[in-house]
Write a new protein. Structure first.
Length: 564
């Protein structure tokens, strides 16, 4: 690949790869990996990393592995492994036969640790975790050597082998690298490489009772797989010296290099797996796939498309400077994608009955409706029209304010694809609530246009009462009320949870074409937003629709404000 006048400039990661290929580095190979820890579900931030790692491999004729860095059995589950694979596939990427686990390399990693001990570069330490932290020092004060740092090699080898054999309890001993306790980088002050953990692993069972630390297993797994460009987020920048120290001090088959980019920070969202797990465990959401969650499974269930997510990742780009991306941009990308592809339908979410007094009783017309004005190839459909209809409650006011142009007593409006309609009467219950409208229609206005040229200022959607399909609609909003959850509450992100993030409407009326909608199908409910059929709770005779995004586009206003 090269940058030309007709090609946008490469981001810095792609430029590094292009320069490496030009220089003949790595024998012309490009090998990347996406290395999640299977301790939770993937979220939108991971999508950026997935698109980058798999994307650059595709663009430069390379390969990308999917590897699970499963070094902590107390937090990892098969459920997470399976969900991560599903999410990567959903985004449109395929690792082929290259599915790996750090646990595949546990024996090799153990033997590498033996090498470090034999060369005097690692030792077994008896200090407790608290003592290790105390000895490590601070950012302004150097650490001090452990009293066990000068143990003889033979003693270290014996103790490490006995650690593996299970002779010691959890926390009794660790294996540490022997580097520099005065290093300005705290990660280089004799970091822990192995700890004792008598816990069953989701793949290796009880075979091991010592487990490698992430910072030890990760670079060596890269080296064993022949990774050329180890791409990770900026929080690992301070870990890179340890990454380099390990691959430079061990006889690994390949020499990978680490490069860091800025992670995705999204407004009105939390990205920490710990915080997301807290929301799940404490019942603030229904699960990892709750449509309000930023997890890929939640976004998928809500109706976000993989094309929209990939486009979003492309628009935000790859850089080294941390910033916060407005959630409105992600919603814009979803809206833009669905606008092109979603069939238009009519659905009344809060029904108000309308009786057309001058329409023949028992008559049903089939009116033609456009499926998607953005794509004529999607054609048209037939919608039934009859004497009794439903419209939205909010489309009628008995005493309308000045700028309310929808239906009111004596006022005329257009029914989408149908006729002009005029309100001539109002029926109320004993509490004074409007329960039904009495109207007349003009048969000369079929198709929504008056031959005499008179104009109306509002067009309403509707459904025929007798043919309407009942359904449940869930109106999802942002999970948090503030752009930076917890910022004004001392870090308590739950204080900014949106109490109105979900509204469930169980008495909706949908046009009959939606009777055959399948889980995952998406639509634009005219004037109401984009919706999809819930893949978890829907049944053939009882559809449940999730609102994906509204029709309102706040991103356009944000851009206009920025130009001013």
């Amino acid at each position: 690949m090269s940058t030309t006048e007709s090609t946008p400039p490469l981001d810095f990661i792609r430029q590094i790869i292009a320069d490496d290929l030009k220089a003949g580095k790595n024998d012309g190979r490009v090998m990347t990996r996406f290395p999640p820890e299977p301790n939770g579900y993937l979220h939108i931030g991971h999508a950026k990393s997935i698109c980058l790692n798999f994307g650059v491999a595709q663009e430069f004729g390379g390969l990308c592995n999917l590897r699970f860095d499963d070094t902590n059995p107390t937090k990892e589950e098969v459920e997470y492994v399976e969900s991560i694979q599903e999410d990567v596939r959903w985004l449109g990427f395929d690792w082929g036969e290259r599915l790996y686990f750090a646990s595949d390399y546990f024996e090799e990693l153990y033997q590498y640790a033996i090498k470090l001990i034999e060369t005097g570069k690692a030792y077994v330490d008896d200090l407790s975790a608290d003592e290790i932290r105390e000895y490590r020092g601070t950012l302004i004060a150097p650490g001090k050597d452990s009293p066990y740092r000068q143990r003889p090699v033979a003693e270290n080898l014996d103790l490490f082998q006995r650690m593996r054999a299970g002779e010691f309890p959890d926390g009794a001993r660790v294996l540490r690298a022997k580097i520099d306790m005065a290093s300005p980088n705290l990660n280089m002050r004799d970091p822990v490489l192995y700890r004792i953990l008598h816990a069953e692993h989701h793949r290796t069972g009880n075979k091991w009772c010592i487990y490698p630390m992430y910072d030890y297993a990760h670079p060596l797994s890269d080296a064993l797989e022949g990774i050329t460009h180890s791409i990770c987020t900026l929080e690992f920048e301070d870990h890179r010296p340890l990454y380099d120290w390990l691959v430079d001090n061990l006889p690994v088959p390949y020499r990978p290099y680490q490069y860091e980019f800025a992670r995705l920070n999204l407004s009105y969202t939390v990205m920490s797996k710990r915080k997301l797990l807290q929301l799940v465990n404490e019942g603030f959401v229904s699960g990892w796939d709750d449509p309000r969650m930023p997890t890929l499974s939640g976004l998928r269930r809500r109706g976000y498309t993989p094309e929209a997510v990939r486009h979003f990742c492309e628009k935000i780009g790859v850089g080294r400077r941390e910033n916060i991306v407005d959630l409105a941009l992600l919603e814009y990308c979803v809206r833009e994608d669905l606008n092109r592809r979603a069939p238009r339908v009519m659905a009344v979410l809060r029904p108000l009955k309308v009786v057309i007094e001058n329409y023949p009783e028992g008559q049903v017309e089939e009116l033609e409706a456009v499926n998607n004005p953005e794509d004529p190839a999607m054609g048209t459909r037939k919608v039934p029209f009859s004497r009794e209809l439903y419209i939205e409650q909010e489309d009628f006011l008995e005493e309308p304010p000045k700028k309310f142009f929808r239906l009111a007593p004596g006022r005329e409006v257009r029914l989408r694809y149908a006729y002009y309609l005029k309100c001539v009467g109002v029926v109320k219950d004993e509490t004074g609530k409007v329960t039904e409208l009495r109207c007349t229609y003009d048969p000369e206005t079929k198709g929504g246009y008056a031959p005499d040229g008179r104009q109306v200022k509002a067009t309403l959607h509707w459904v025929a009462a007798a043919q309407a399909v009942p359904g449940e609609v869930r109106l999802y909003d942002r999970l948090f009320t503030q752009p930076a959850p917890g910022e004004e509450h001392g870090g308590d992100f739950k204080a900014d949870l949106n109490p109105d993030s979900l509204e469930v409407l169980r008495d909706c009326r949908l046009e009959p074409s939606l009777a055959g909608a399948r889980p995952g199908d998406f639509f634009q409910f005219e004037r109401m937003g984009y919706f999809c059929v819930d893949a978890k709770d829907s049944a053939p005779a009882a559809p449940v629709f999730n609102r994906t995004v509204t029709l309102r586009d706040p991103w356009a206003k944000i851009q206009q404000a920025g130009k001013k």
